[in-house]
Design a binder for this molecule. Structure first.
Ligand code: SAM
Ligand code: DTB
Ligand code: SF4
Length: 326
């Protein structure tokens, strides 16, 4: 997708480091200035997640509750029936979501699943919501099948820096992730790509993760920044929490490097105070997951989020505005 000349794809590490490490008030001011040039600062895009196939995954992602390799207690489910997915999507629409994200605990989908996946996409689109799927690695045929079914976004996270990647996952490579992202982009599906912070990585890893995303030929339209949820039964269960200000700096850097992207304050909000979430929004986050469950982990309930929005004067970005901004 062609992008305006003002969007840069040649950020250097020195520039990114200087932005990230600036005095916090300068960093927040810069991020908020960039944010206001591209978005209404009081609007949040609302996405809803559904796990359409849970547990029993062959990959060894150390953060994930769904990896069979981690010896997770979570039992493996089959792919959810299309009608059930659509019934859940109807509830999400009623709850104000404009994007419906369907996630599967797969290394990659099987060809036999593609017909059901296409029906889910068609059904959710017919409700007037944007569709997103996250299904693992895709081959050329699968990408085109999803595109032809009308899929709007594909989520595929690079998770961390290239350097730290093998500390977190060994059953696939950083290059594998970039390959699927390039396929998705080339097919004309919008890209949702971000990562996780708080996994024991260094500040440089956080910076390099964002540099990789910002220096792709086109910025991902959505950039989810997940705070690790230390799930029981995973190798990262006992990981100490990341300093909240480091997290805010990560959000601000994402906003400054990728000015037109929706930066999502993604997993981990249940562990964040209202003040921290407010600071993340000031730093340029303008998308969240709503509803009390992510894939397997908890998310703040609707009442709690409604109270937070009221306190901060935040309103939902309607679908038209969400699409126009991209
Ligand atoms: N299996 C597919 C894949 O890995 O691409 C799709 C689902 S996977 C669960 C989607 C993303 O959720 C991961 O890439 C990771 O960034 C995020 N995630 C998973 N578990 C998490 C956790 N405990 N804390 C924060 N983010 C997590
Ligand atoms: C993303 O970056 N975060 C979402 C979504 N993309 C698929 C997933 C968060 C998962 C949190 C842990 C869980 O629910 O199991
Ligand atoms: Fe499987 Fe995705 Fe979890 Fe990795 S993150 S174990 S690929 S479900």
């Amino acid at each position: 997708m062609p992008q305006p000349l003002s969007l840069r794809h040649d950020w250097t590490r020195a520039e990114a480091e200087a932005i990230y490490a600036a005095p916090l008030m300068d960093l927040l001011f810069q991020a908020q200035t960039v944010h206001r040039a591209h978005f209404d600062p009081n609007q949040l895009q609302l996405s809803k997640l559904l796990s359409i196939k849970t547990g029993g995954c062959a990959e060894d992602c150390t953060y994930c509750s769904q990896s069979a390799v981690n010896g997770s207690q979570l039992s493996a489910s089959k792919l959810m029936e299309v009608e059930r997915v659509l019934a859940e999507a109807r509830k999400a629409k009623a709850g104000g979501a404009t994007r419906y994200c369907m996630g599967a605990a797969w290394r990659s989908p099987k060809d036999r699943d593609m017909t059901a996946l296409a029906a889910m996409i068609g059904g959710v689109k017919a409700m007037g919501m944007e569709t997103c799927m996250t299904l693992g690695m895709l081959d050329d045929t699968q990408v085109l099948r999803l595109r032809d079914a009308g899929l709007d976004y594909y989520n595929h996270n690079i998770d961390t820096s290239e350097r730290y990647y093998s500390e977190v996952i060994t059953t696939r490579t950083f290059a594998d992730r970039l390959e699927t992202l390039a396929r998705v982009r080339d097919a004309g599906i919008k890209v949702c790509a971000g990562g996780i912070v708080g996994m024991g990585e260094t500040r440089m890893d956080r910076i390099d993760m964002l540099l990789t995303l910002a220096n792709l030929p086109a910025h991902p339209e959505s950039v989810p920044v997940n705070m690790l949820i230390p799930m029981p039964d995973t190798p990262l269960a006992g990981t100490p929490p990341l300093d909240p200000i480091e997290f805010v700096r990560t959000i601000a850097l994402a906003r400054i490097l990728m000015p037109q992207s929706h930066v999502r304050l993604s997993a981990g909000r249940t562990a964040m105070s209202d003040e921290m979430q407010a600071m993340c929004v000031f730093a340029g986050a303008n998308s969240i997951f709503v509803g009390d469950t992510l894939l397997t982990a908890d998310n703040p309930c609707e009442d709690k989020d409604d109270a937070l929005f009221a306190k901060l004067g935040l309103v939902a970005m309607d679908e038209a505005k969400a699409v126009a901004a991209e």
